[in-house]
Ligand binder design. Structure first.
Ligand code: SAM
Length: 289
């Protein structure tokens, strides 16, 4: 449980579930909700990427390739959102994917999408906590986590659980935002807006996360810096939040938008400032058990 100061909410599992239940319709309006990606992540802009949909899918492709996922693999999508990546893996790689989320609304949508895409035999979705997963030891070939581990107060607890769930030789692949340095005193407010707005307790430092992976037992963890690849998405999010902010402020004052949704806007503005100033970046960790 986390409380940064008395103005801030307590970031426990219930709060994170509530955050995703309430913000789901707004993610649909303010981010991409194309019928193919169903992604709640940044996406990677490579040289030939034409639009946000391609960027979102390209992130799935990159992770899948570096983790070497095969059609015979069993994958755990830890923090699966509405199931976009799980469905992509099942459809494009052929692997079997289990997704867990804290949000009931996300779960309902993920299940509907599985039916719509005729993929119910290869994907299944549950409400579950990736810190205390209801699966046996050594039961997955791959643990996959896009922009979900940031919600864990102590990242090492997630890493321990992922290690327990992986068979020997299995791989963990984590894509997320990371701190590239300590925030200056003058950046405390910005960092706090980012954390509170996105229901995050903290961002891990790259070196700390790598140390934690080694401590847990992952063999030669690798880090891929993808900050440049997400910059365009970070800017798009910033611009959308900037435009929406004055309207959201009025709607919030009139009680039409709850605080938990309203705080998302300032966080969307803060995230780009943090990337631009070099405080935060985006990357992927890959580790083998
Ligand atoms: C930003 S969304 C990312 C969703 C998805 N990975 C994607 O790329 O579209 C973060 C997800 O992490 C999940 N999450 C956060 N903490 C979790 C926990 N302790 N156990 C399971 N899921 C969690 C949320 O429920 C949400 O689905």
């Amino acid at each position: 449980m986390f409380r940064m100061n008395k103005m801030n909410p307590i970031l426990d599992k219930e709060y994170i579930a509530e955050y995703y239940d309430q913000t789901l319709p707004y993610y649909a309006k303010f981010w991409s909700r194309d019928s193919e990606s169903n992604a709640l992540h940044y996406g990677f802009w490579e040289k030939d990427t034409k639009n946000i949909k391609e960027a979102l899918l390209s992130e799935n492709r990159f992770l899948s390739e570096i983790a070497g996922i095969k059609s015979t693999d069993k994958v755990l999508d830890a923090g699966c959102g509405i199931g976009g990546s799980a469905l992509w893996i099942a459809k494009n790689v052929g692997a079997t994917v289990t997704g867990v989320t804290l949000s009931k609304r996300q779960l309902e949508e993920a299940k509907e999408l599985a039916i719509k895409n005729n993929l119910e035999e290869r994907v299944d979705f549950h409400i579950g906590d990736y810190l205390h997963a209801d699966f046996a030891d050594n039961s997955f070939d791959i643990v996959w986590a896009i922009e979900s581990v940031c919600h864990a107060e102590r990242k090492i607890e997630f890493l321990r659980e992922a290690y327990r769930l992986l068979r020997k030789g299995g791989r963990l692949v984590v894509a997320d935002g990371f701190l590239l340095r300590k925030p200056l005193d003058s950046e405390g407010g910005l960092y706090n807006k980012f954390l509170v707005g996105l229901a995050l307790p903290n961002l891990a430092g790259v070196a700390d996360f790598q140390e934690d992976m080694k401590e847990v037992g992952f063999v030669s963890p690798q880090f891929f810096d993808k900050t440049d690849a997400v910059k365009k998405s970070a800017r798009m999010l910033y611009e959308r939040c900037l435009v929406a902010y004055p309207f959201a402020k009025i709607a919030n004052a009139l009680g039409l938008i709850p605080d938990i949704v309203f705080r998302n806007g300032p966080a969307g503005i803060a995230q780009y400032k943090m990337v631009k100033s070099g405080l935060a970046g985006y990357g992927i960790f890959l580790g083998k058990k």
